[in-house]
Ligand binder design. Structure first.
Ligand SMILES: C[S@@+](CC[C@H](N)C(=O)[O-])C[C@H]1O[C@@H](n2cnc3c(N)ncnc32)[C@H](O)[C@@H]1O
Length: 261
């Protein structure tokens, strides 16, 4: 089975939950649900976004591989969580080709064969059903002024994806993945994800970033991408930078949507 870079420790689950609280409203707005849709959410994680879609009136099946994530996942009366692999999703025969929407966020960057997952998503929806992909492309981050040691840390973090056989730049491929899987692309956009000193959400977003690195510390140091002193100095540099009155970072979640032909 593929390794999952971030793992599922309680600390990482806390980070993922906080991240969800910061980005779910924007994701829901972009999704433009009308209510009553049947949705399958691939790689549902802690189920917060699946539950948010259910709260918006959809009936949602969330598919997640990790028992630890499912054990602490959000619950909702219109959300059914199932354990399974996104490449071989546990859907019943009559469910294939029946969903209005198949959605995945921050999943394709963690699988070695994202095309195989998107093909399953297209199979899962009815003709004209929507396939919505949200993912990272780590190349779009800009910080200013640059925190000390940050460039090397960010590069090292991205290399941990390559070494697992995953693509840290999958965001830019989302439309071609839809096309390759037999869906007609209809829309792409960015969901802005960033903040500057003075914004209430800034400390939480910087801590999310620090949490990503800390979760990958063993991989980064173990693979000798940085030594432990360089790693620790870069984390301290990031936290010190966050105290400056003029610090800012810009990032974006890549969003692409297609419909089944
Ligand atoms: C970064 S989390 C994102 C969770 C959720 N989509 C969100 O946006 O909050 C990625 C999740 O995908 C799960 N995952 C990774 N590979 C998977 C696979 N092949 N099948 C199902 N789930 C997988 C991980 O266990 C993890 O919970």
């Amino acid at each position: 089975m593929e390794a999952y870079l971030h793992g599922t420790s309680p600390k990482e689950q806390e980070r993922l939950a906080l991240l969800n609280s910061l980005i779910n409203d924007a994701g829901l707005r972009e999704l433009r649900l009308r209510g009553g849709e049947r949705i399958v959410d691939f790689g549902a994680g802690l189920g917060q976004f699946s539950a948010a879609m259910a709260e918006a009136g959809a009936r949602v099946v969330g598919i997640e591989r990790s028992e630890e994530q499912l054990g602490r996942a959000a619950r909702h009366e219109r959300l059914e969580l199932r354990r399974g692999d996104a490449q071989d999703p546990p859907l019943r025969p009559e469910e294939w080709g029946s969903f209005d929407v198949a959605h995945a966020r921050f999943l394709l960057e963690h699988v070695r064969d994202p095309a195989a997952v998107v093909r399953q998503m297209v199979r899962a929806v009815r003709p004209s059903g929507r396939v919505v992909l949200q993912d990272d492309d780590h190349d779009v981050l800009r910080c200013h002024p640059e925190p000390p040691g940050f460039a090397a840390l960010w590069r090292a973090y991205q290399r941990t994806y390559d070494r697992l056989g995953c693509d840290p730049y999958v965001g830019r491929r989302l439309v071609s993945l839809l096309h390759g899987a037999g869906a007609s692309p209809v829309r792409c956009t960015f969901l802005f994800f960033g903040a500057c000193a003075g914004e209430e959400k800034f400390p939480a977003l910087v801590e999310n970033m620090a949490g990503l690195f800390l979760g990958a510390r063993d991989a980064i140091v173990g693979q000798q991408l940085l030594d432990s002193a360089e790693f620790d100095a870069a984390i301290a540099g990031l936290r010190g930078w966050a105290e400056r009155p003029d610090s800012a970072f810009w990032y974006a979640i890549f969003w692409a949507e297609g419909v089944r032909r």
